[in-house]
Design a protein around this ligand. Structure first.
Ligand code: C5P
Length: 398
């Protein structure tokens, strides 16, 4: 997920490990990254440009000029890149990088990178790897801020055993993922999001519920996750087809269960968004057997559920706390009152009477209200887009 949309400039130099690069490209593509390959002229003996361009879904280059005479602009490759990965990194190419030797397209691109993150995965025979000249070059590169993807120990192409094998593509991918994950603005933040309805039992087969689908809460949880946060989603019975990938989840049914789950983790959270449509009342005495339809009228005695958000607001310390208000009349006044009473950092107001808004829809139309009176209206759009705007506001507060 962290590599989605990232521009990876992949340099390939002439080592036997180049045969593993199509696999690395496949893994990067699967993560949603864009890959541009530039080879050194010698690398073409180890892996074909056709293979690389097919898997990267992009033409690959190694010369300054194309056959039609067009110039391969190394500066625009460098500007395009979110990071540069040299794999395999041969002794020769590492030496050029540390000594400013710019005799091919790959090196011209490398020297144009400015401050882009640079990774290199050395791959060579063990004695070449250990040689002081190579070790000096690796040290110099690391001093310059480049990140080594260290060579591994094992059987080498020469038949010898030792350090010099290129890091496996899966591990290279993991290193890149971790790097970009650490750059995300909400990295290290623990967030709690509640979503969906609660169900309040009447008897073993019946319940009181509401029309909430959980779509808005799950969209917020996913938007937080995309910004690097650790997200715990406490959810009632939500739509089955919502993607919970990357989220820690606690599934509950009733308001009392939701309350218990949330209260038990609240202290350890930095940010809480209560998007759940918690039932305000529950049945006083839940029947242990199915209620028979013998009587003409049936009266259920309802008692108030705990207001989870109000309780969180009371014991709030370092947390950023956000709630939702679903109002059908006097919307802004009522929402402001709630924000104050529940001690919130802001409140998301929606109105179920607006077309395509609130319960069950993929879209919503909301206003964010802030304690200082500021109001931010978000016109009808996808819940995923609304979630992004909400998370932008949370980022500012955190
Ligand atoms: O007071 P009202 O129910 O309108 O407030 C809505 C906000 O409070 C929502 O964020 C909802 O998740 C939360 N809430 C709660 N516990 C309840 C009822 C609502 O935390 N029992």
């Amino acid at each position: 997920m962290t590599l989605r949309g990232k521009n990876i400039l992949l340099g390939v130099s002439a080592g036997i490990a180049a045969f593993k690069i199509p696999q690395l490209i496949r893994l990067l593509k699967k993560e949603g990254a864009y890959v541009q390959v530039i080879l050194t002229p010698g690398a073409k003996d180890f892996v074909t440009p056709l293979t690389l361009s097919t898997v990267s879904k992009n033409p690959v280059f190694s010369e300054f000029y194309r056959e039609n005479g067009q110039w391969n602009n190394h500066v625009s490759f460098a500007l395009w890149a979110d990071c540069f990965v040299l794999a395999p990194a041969t002794m020769n190419t590492l030496a050029k990088m540390t000594n400013g030797i710019c005799d091919n397209l790959l090196m011209a691109t490398y020297f144009s990178l400015k401050n882009k993150p640079c990774f290199f995965a050395p791959a060579m025979d063990l004695d070449m790897y250990k040689h002081f000249a190579n070790q000096n070059n690796i040290s110099k590169l690391k001093e310059s801020g480049a990140l080594e993807l260290p060579a591994q120990k094992g059987e080498l192409a020469s038949g010898l055993e030792g350090i010099g094998r290129m890091m496996e593509p899966e591990e290279i991918l993991e290193n890149l993922r971790l790097y970009f994950e650490k750059q995300l603005p909400l990295q290290g933040k623990r967030c709690l999001v509640s979503a969906g309805p609660t169900r309040e039992s009447i008897d073993p087969v019946r319940y009181i519920g509401n029309r909430s689908s959980g779509k808005m809460g799950v969209a917020i949880a996913q938007a937080l996750r995309q910004k690097g946060a650790e997200v715990i989603l406490v959810h009632g019975p939500i739509h089955k087809n919502l993607s919970l990938e990357g989220l820690k989840t606690i599934s509950v049914t009733s308001a009392i269960e939701m309350d218990q789950a949330i209260q038990s983790i609240y202290d350890s959270c930095d940010l809480v968004v209560m998007a759940a449509a918690v039932a305000d009342y529950r049945v006083d005495n839940i029947a242990s057997q199915k209620i028979k339809k013998t009587k003409q009228n049936l009266t259920l005695n309802l008692v108030k559920n705990p207001d989870i958000l109000a309780a969180l607001g009371k014991k709030k310390k370092h947390q950023i706390l956000v709630g939702f208000a679903l109002e059908t009349d006097n919307e802004v006044t009522n929402a402001h009152k709630k924000m104050k009473e529940k001690n919130l950092d802001f409140i998301v107001l929606n109105n179920p009477n607006h077309a395509g808004a609130a319960f069950d829809h993929d879209t919503n139309e909301v206003s964010l209200l802030f304690p200082d009176g500021e109001k931010m209206k978000i016109s009808k759009t996808l819940k995923s887009e609304i979630a992004k705007t909400i998370v932008q506001q949370l980022e500012k507060l955190i």
